[in-house]
Design a protein around this ligand. Structure first.
Ligand SMILES: *Cc1c(COP(=O)(O)O)cnc(C)c1O
Length: 242
């Protein structure tokens, strides 16, 4: 059984990525490798199921509508990560329709944190919704992610003012073109240090979501606890159908 599963292209690619993550973690002397989130945006449920059957449980999606369509088609023990830009008028649908929503990694304003917090009030959730503060570490002009010097204030807001949310960590994409430099990862490490000092939390309490197909090994070596890998597992994305 396991051998037939291993033969699917997705299963094999997944195993390759997991092996590289493991190796990078060992190289950096880490006792535990980061969690791998399989980023499945634009990919059909059949491919997600190939990853699922190869043991993958954490999946990441960028578009609310797409997640709302896929979540009911997938087994309930999937842990969904929302990693796209979230509009506040979609927060309620996202939280209420996806009971196995594991985390929202892209909180970048008090407004969206408040909407998520309120959305959790009427939702059937077993635990608090984990959220991450998205930080713009590129210094480039973009609408998404708070500036590094704003991360403490937003983290504090989530921690102190949003009882239905749990501040789970910090997330970054890197540069505007979705590549990243070591400086981007270092910036996120620095942000975590400041947030933990301000909130009096041990650094191990806050995750770092950083690293994608091009740079998940580098991110792992620098301390990422959550790598988000899409095309290396599922192949290049084709947006022409969308
Ligand atoms: C698409 C996406 C990824 C995965 O990108 P790949 O380069 O395909 O691995 C990771 N994080 C975010 C936020 C994304 O939008």
């Amino acid at each position: 059984m396991a051998s037939s599963v291993a033969q699917t292209a997705v299963g094999k690619a997944l195993r390759d990525v997991l092996a590289k993550v493991q190796k990078a973690a060992e190289k950096a002397g880490r006792s535990q490798p980061p969690r791998l989130v399989a980023v499945s945006k634009t990919k059909p449920v059949s491919m997600l199921m190939e990853a699922y059957n190869a043991g993958q449980r954490h999946f990441g999606e960028n578009y609310v509508q797409e997640l709302l369509e896929k979540a009911p088609e997938m087994p309930r023990d999937v842990h969904w990560h929302f990693i796209g830009h979230l509009q506040s008028n979609k927060a309620k649908a996202l939280v209420q329709a996806v009971p196995n929503l594991y985390s929202v990694e892209t909180v970048d304003s008090e407004k969206i944190a408040n909407h998520l917090n309120r959305a959790c009030e009427g939702a059937q959730r077993d635990e608090k919704l984990k959220v991450m503060v998205q930080v713009n570490t590129s210094g480039e002009e973009t609408k998404y992610g708070v500036e590094p010097n704003e991360c403490v204030d937003l983290a504090k807001h989530v921690h102190n003012q949003c009882p239905n949310l749990r501040l789970a960590g910090l997330m970054t994409i890197g540069m505007l073109d979705y590549t990243s430099k070591p400086e981007n990862f270092q910036m996120l490490l620095d942000c975590r240090q400041r947030v933990c000092r301000e909130l009096d939390l041990p650094e191990d309490d806050l995750e770092l979501s950083m690293g994608m197909s091009q740079d998940f090994e580098a991110a792992t070596e620098m301390g990422s606890t959550n790598v988000r890998v899409g095309s290396s597992i599922f192949g290049a994305r084709d947006y022409s159908q969308k």
